[in-house]
Design a binder for this molecule. Structure first.
Ligand code: NAD
Ligand code: MG
Length: 390
């Protein structure tokens, strides 16, 4: 019997929701993995505790001001430390078969690109990367022979049922959306919602930014763009349907009328386990589905008037060029402002749409171009905030 080699794994964004779920699976399967790099933005205590527990080779803190604190905590352990963007890139460049890209936002783009450029298998949770620089990232994946495994539950579902060799027979990709905490609410009733209400997702336990994106349905908009880059399909073939139970994680329809779906409990450890074990499968400690307990699976249309962000994301995808990167940057600024109670929930789409209207959407030619666009769009979005400050 052949013994499987241990997989070397790095986790970028180790202290976040996806990062911790990844490490939960690694902990349960410690004989299968060796942790190489772990990164976080500012949580020194959590990062150093994880680095010690998993005996990581390298621990990186994004916030450079926290480097001394990290050094202090890891003194005498033999674990190397680094900080800032250069440190995050070093973490991604360290030799490891799998890199879990679970930093939130455009901040994850450079490290993810670094892992791709050394031909690694990248488990991609960070959807903002594909939204900002999808064409550039996918081209680098091709050139460097990297493998991109989608961790986002919808895209992981599609990946599992998309028959690449029969791509021309695919008629539709149907992304399911839970509808978030405000499903069924009118635009009018969303005027006074608080950050606490917005991040209380009915089905998924996630980081604050993606939880707000789920509440505005920008998350589904970002996912439509993500799907466009990940799979050989046309923009017009991607549909969204609201499915409040979050059991069917997405579907692919073929020319003979067959619809293939992947189902499971709403627990990120299933798509993460799929990505960590690929091309095999591994045990994940998730609740098994009981169809009799669930009883009914239901589907509804999206209310595009109450949830304008989904329509905005589609428009940005259609416009192409820099529009998706601008959409993403403006959304990151608006969501951060909403979370710190400086912007109303219903003004998130207004900031995004007005920023899109004033920025040049000429397509980025390089990664540094993407960052210039990101910077300009963030500054423009900040100005929009000032006009709408609470
Ligand atoms: P989170 O906020 O819980 O964690 C984010 C991680 O990124 C943390 O470790 C944080 O320290 C790090 N980070 C934040 N800003 C950084 C910066 N500027 N530089 C370096 N590191 C930084 O987020 P999450 O919910 O785990 O989501 C991570 C990514 O995965 C997001 O792109 C999200 O859209 C995607 N995703 C998450 C889920 C989920 O269930 N949580 C599902 C699908 C996709
Ligand atoms: Mg998702």
């Amino acid at each position: 019997m052949s013994v499987r080699p241990i997989k070397r794994i790095s986790v970028l964004g180790a202290t976040g929701s996806v990062g911790l779920s990844t490490l939960d699976l690694v902990r349960r399967n410690s004989h299968k993995f060796k942790v190489v790099s772990l990164t976080a933005y500012s949580k020194v205590e959590e990062l150093s505790a994880l680095a010690i527990e998993f005996n990581a080779e390298l621990a990186v803190i994004g916030d450079e001001k926290k480097l001394d604190a990290l050094k202090e905590r890891l003194a005498g352990t033999g674990i190397e430390v680094a900080a800032g963007e250069a440190g995050l890139i070093e973490a991604a460049e360290r030799e490891a078969e799998i890199v879990m890209a679970a930093i939130v936002g455009a901040a994850g783009l450079r490290p993810t690109m670094s892992a791709v450029r050394r031909g690694a298998t990248v488990a991609l949770a960070n959807k903002e990367c594909l939204v900002c620089a999808g064409d550039l990232l996918m081209e680098e994946v091709r050139v460097h022979g990297a493998t991109l495994l989608p961790v986002d539950s919808e895209h992981n579902a599609i990946y599992q049922v998309f028959e690449v060799e029969r791509a021309s027979s695919v008629e539709r990709v149907i992304l399911t959306a839970s509808g978030g905490p405000f499903r069924g609410r009118s635009y009018e009733s969303l005027k006074a919602v608080t950050p606490a209400e917005a991040i209380a997702h009915p089905n998924w336990d996630m980081g604050a930014k993606i939880s707000v994106d789920s509440a505005t349905m920008m998350n589904k908009g970002l996912e439509v763009i993500e799907a466009y880059h990940l799979f050989p399909i046309k923009k017009s073939q991607i549909e969204v349907v609201v499915h409040p139970q979050s059991v069917v994680h997405s579907m692919v329809e073929y020319s003979d009328g067959s619809v293939l779906a992947q189902l499971g409990s709403p627990d990120m450890r299933t798509p993460i386990a799929y990505s960590l074990a690929w091309p095999e499968r591994m045990e994940a400690p998730v609740k098994r589905l009981s169809f009799t307990e669930i009883g009914a699976l239901t589907f509804e249309e999206v209310d595009l008037e109450a949830f304008r962000c989904l329509a905005l994301a589609r428009e940005a995808m259609e416009a192409g060029g820099a529009a998706p990167a601008i959409l993403n940057a403006a959304n990151e600024v608006a969501v951060a402002a909403f979370l710190s109670e400086k912007l109303r929930f219903i003004d998130i789409p207004s900031v995004v749409s007005d920023t899109l209207a004033i920025c040049d959407i000429k397509a980025p030619q390089s990664l540094s171009n993407v960052f210039e666009i990101d910077k300009i769009a963030r500054a423009a979005a900040q100005n929009q905030l000032a006009l709408r400050a609470i």
